[in-house]
Ligand binder design. Structure first.
Ligand SMILES: C[S@@+](CC[C@H](N)C(=O)[O-])C[C@H]1O[C@@H](n2cnc3c(N)ncnc32)[C@H](O)[C@@H]1O
Length: 296
């Protein structure tokens, strides 16, 4: 299995804070090395000498959209520029053991827990979704996923249909079903995400009749009670005219993957069909939620 890592050249004083930041962004592990121990970057004239810097390394699963990670880091460092960094693919099975020690059961809202398969759920009577980091995005560690999970937990999904647009690992579709939804449709433009969703559904004993996975081009439009989409602001804005007809009048929508400064643009793009409001903000990200209004 391959991984993707981001190496940031940072001031050693920032290491602890940035480690938390990378973990919050979904890193499976964070390690660091003093630049003088293992020089990775050539010193340039007029720049801070290497030995005053630390190389912080955040390791992510291969399909993590690194543009989400770098956008979030840019936001974190703003108004200062993002320090010098590089993103690279890593082939190293030893990392698997590294992150196994760092991925813990997590609670979202009142009822929902995401638990790795190698640990017993701390609350056996809670709604426990068993999930391990894999090739598709969506473990619950990223704030954009976490906010959607909290939103789903806060809804009464009993007997409702849910569409998870941009399903990644299928975490939101599977959580919806475990929280009582009648049926879920999971859509992604990455075939690997659809495979991961099917595998994760099986691991959670989801009835195959309740979950259907589609590439966007193979999905014949239907209407749903609830739509959740954790993609980036730009695709969400482009998709607005396509997603709007999928939701029944008075149906619910939650949109995530949006940076604070992009929220107004997303609200405006969906305004012809939805009254959207801030549901939650976390680490510079926003989750918008609302209902479909009657249009004439
Ligand atoms: C940030 S991940 C979210 C995964 C998961 N739903 C979660 O909340 O963790 C976004 C997913 O959307 C998919 N995606 C991006 N643009 C898309 C589009 N235009 N149509 C369908 N899927 C898309 C990506 O392949 C990726 O799996």
């Amino acid at each position: 299995m391959s991984w993707v890592q981001i190496k940031l050249e940072v001031n050693p004083k920032m290491v602890d804070e940035l480690e938390d930041q990378l973990l919050a962004l979904g890193a499976c592990s964070v390690t660091y090395e003093d630049a003088q121990d293992k020089p990775v970057y050539e010193p340039k004239l007029g720049t801070t000498p290497l030995w005053e810097k630390t190389i912080l390394i955040g390791l992510f699963t291969a399909n993590t959209p690194m543009e989400l990670v770098t956008a979030s880091l840019e936001n974190y460092f703003s108004p200062e520029p993002l320090p010098s960094y590089r993103v690279e693919i890593v082939e190293d099975k030893d990392w698997e053991r590294e992150w196994m020690g760092q991925y813990h059961p997590m609670q979202f809202g009142e009822r929902l827990w995401i638990c790795p398969s190698w640990l017993e759920p701390p609350q056996p009577n809670a709604v426990n979704l068993r999930l391990d980091p894999g090739l598709a995005f969506g473990t619950g560690t990223h704030p954009t996923t976490a906010m959607c999970l909290t939103w789903l937990d806060a809804q009464n999904l009993n007997k409702l249909d849910v569409i998870d647009y941009g399903c990644g690992s299928g975490i939101l579709a599977i959580a919806s079903l475990l929280l009582g939804a009648k049926q879920a449709i999971a859509i992604d433009n990455d075939p690997q995400a659809l495979q991961a969703t099917a595998d994760n559904a099986q691991r959670n004993h989801i009835n195959p009749q309740q979950l259907h996975v589609y590439l966007p081009e193979n999905f014949s439009n239907t209407t749903t009670d609830v739509l959740v989409a954790n993609i980036l602001a730009k695709p969400l804005i482009d998709l607005a005219p396509k997603l709007a007809p999928l939701v029944k009048t008075d149906g619910l929508i939650a949109l995530s993957g949006i940076l604070m400064e992009q929220a107004d643009q997303v609200i405006a793009a969906y305004a012809p069909w939805f009254s959207l409001d801030y549901f939650k903000t976390q680490d510079g990200w926003v989750c918008l939620a609302g209902r479909k209004i009657a249009t004439h």
